[in-house]
Unconditional design. Structure first.
Length: 442
């Protein structure tokens, strides 16, 4: 194994969560690894952003307790899950219209009690939701054929109110894809992991530090400590397959590697892979992906302005979710409004959208103050559109020395941090010298 490890010299292209997960797993095994990141900082679509001396993220992210691989890696590189996150029990509060909160009792009883006690639904609707959950458990959250979430909910008699107050917010939060086109099977994959094992799996984790600090920067320190390299502002301009590896061309020079994990976002991956004829099928698969946006509006109010909870939703408003950063990480008066997936908001200018959100906050919470500043971050290609039976590219490619990592590659999860991390770990596993030895023996 030691000889094989010495032959390996791996390039990871992209320092997002997928790339850094792969790099940590490889470095841990003593395999030489170099991460190339085109941006000045690590993190990709989950990165810290500084504005008006205030630490923000490119988007307010939320993790679930069932994101085991991500949480495990954060701890491995020196994080502390207890301190790094505000832990909330499963809850869905649409201010004044709907409220579901799971008590701290074992699963799945916590969900049953939460549904029985839900405010904003009739008894019949609550029973209908409970029956639906029992049927999903009996099916082990597995469908015979994938379909849209709308179709699944219609088949199981979920009323319009149930859809609008419970399933739509859940589906948009989990898949960032409208119900009418979202994959029911992928939603069930997430529900299964979050709801069927322990209560902690459905906990909602709100980070107290920014997303570059939370994992990628710690991962970079870990990789360097294990003799690896992490190069920022060092984008890969082209990737040339050789007989025994790859030539990687960057503005700083040309380097040679035995293997490559391409963990760039789908659009950037296409640019690198397109010139390689053997990869035309994969390129075609990536090019057929559609995307969904996520808009995050940060509003800095005077320090005394607070929301009723750290996180809450609004019913049929522009703002889908609001986060009171003061209650999460001590940034008093800072409110984040999140608008996921495609919608009417995309037709507004950033200023128009901010004015709508400010008006909503005033109406819903009687906030008399005006924000001192606001910042709109529109991620137009935040995630791929998670549609039924979507064919996603595999981590293995027709070139035996090239692997693909990223939230868009094949897996059970939608485009999430956990999906990204799982893909990175899968690549590292495929590169494990032990698995090479095994393959040789076969
Ligand atoms: C606003 C927003 C909110 C979100 N909210 C959530 C949430 O609440 N929960 C959740 O789980 N997920 C959420 N997501 C999704 C999550 O952020 C992504 O699934 C995840 O970050 C994707 O990671 P990745 O490593 O696959 O890709 P990326 O983060 O895109 O990483 C790719 C990296 O490759 C680099 N790169 C590209 N080309 C090159 C090149 N040629 N050379 C070198 N480097 C290159 C890029 O700069 C980037 O750093 C959200 C996403 C957004 C945008």
């Amino acid at each position: 194994m030691d000889d094989l490890a010495q032959e390996l010299n791996i390039a990871v292209i992209g320092g997002g969560y997928a790339g850094m997960a792969a790099a940590v797993a490889l470095a841990e095994q003593g395999i030489p690894v170099t991460v190339f990141e085109s941006a000045k900082q690590l993190g990709g679509r989950a990165r810290g952003v500084l504005h008006e001396h205030t630490q923000l993220d490119n988007g307010q992210h939320i993790l679930l307790g069932c994101y085991k691989e991500t949480l495990g890696l954060i701890e491995k590189v020196g994080g502390n899950i207890g301190q790094d996150f505000l832990h909330l029990p499963l809850q869905l509060d649409l201010h004044g219209h709907f409220s579901l909160k799971a008590p701290r009792i074992p699963a799945p009883l916590h969900l049953l009690v939460a549904l029985v006690k839900t405010k904003g639904l009739t008894w019949n609707e609550r029973i209908s939701a409970i029956r639906f959950m029992f049927r999903l458990r009996r099916m082990n959250f597995k469908l015979d054929r994938d379909m849209t979430v709308t179709e699944l909910l219609r088949l199981h008699g979920q009323s319009i109110q149930l859809v609008q107050k419970l399933w739509e917010p859940l589906c948009i939060a989990a898949l960032n894809t409208p119900l009418q086109i979202a994959s029911a099977q992928v939603l069930l994959n997430v529900l299964k992991d979050a709801l069927s094992q322990t209560r902690g799996d459905s906990d909602m984790l709100l980070p107290r530090i920014d997303f570059t600090a939370l994992f990628p920067n710690r991962a970079a320190r870990y990789v360097k400590k294990h003799s690896g390299h992490v190069l920022t502002s060092c984008g890969v301009e082209s990737l040339i397959p050789l007989e025994n590896g790859f030539e990687i061309i960057t503005r700083r020079g040309t380097l040679y590697f035995s293997h490559v994990v391409c963990a760039a976002s789908p659009a950037s991956a296409v640019k690198l892979l397109k010139p390689i004829t053997e990869l035309s099928c994969i390129v075609q698969q990536i090019e057929t992906l559609q995307y969904q946006p996520i808009y995050t509006l940060y509003l800095q109010y005077p320090k005394h302005v607070k929301l009723p909870h750290a996180m809450l939703g609004l019913y049929r408003r522009y703002s889908q979710w609001l986060f009171d950063k003061g209650q999460i990480d001590g940034q008093s008066g800072l409110i984040a409004s999140v608008i996921s997936a495609e919608g009417m908001h995309q037709h507004l200018s950033q200023n128009e959208l901010a004015q709508k959100v400010i008006a909503e906050l005033t109406e819903e919470f009687a906030i008399a103050d005006r924000p001192q500043w606001f910042r709109v971050i529109a991620e137009k290609r935040a995630t791929f559109s998670c549609t039924p039976s979507l064919q996603r590219p595999n981590q293995k490619t027709p070139l035996s020395r090239l692997f693909l990592a990223g939230d868009y590659t094949n897996g059970d999860y939608p485009a999430t941090l956990e999906g990204a991390v799982q893909s990175g770990l899968r690549c590292a596993n495929l590169l494990n010298p032990e698995s090479f030895t095994h393959k040789k023996a076969i």
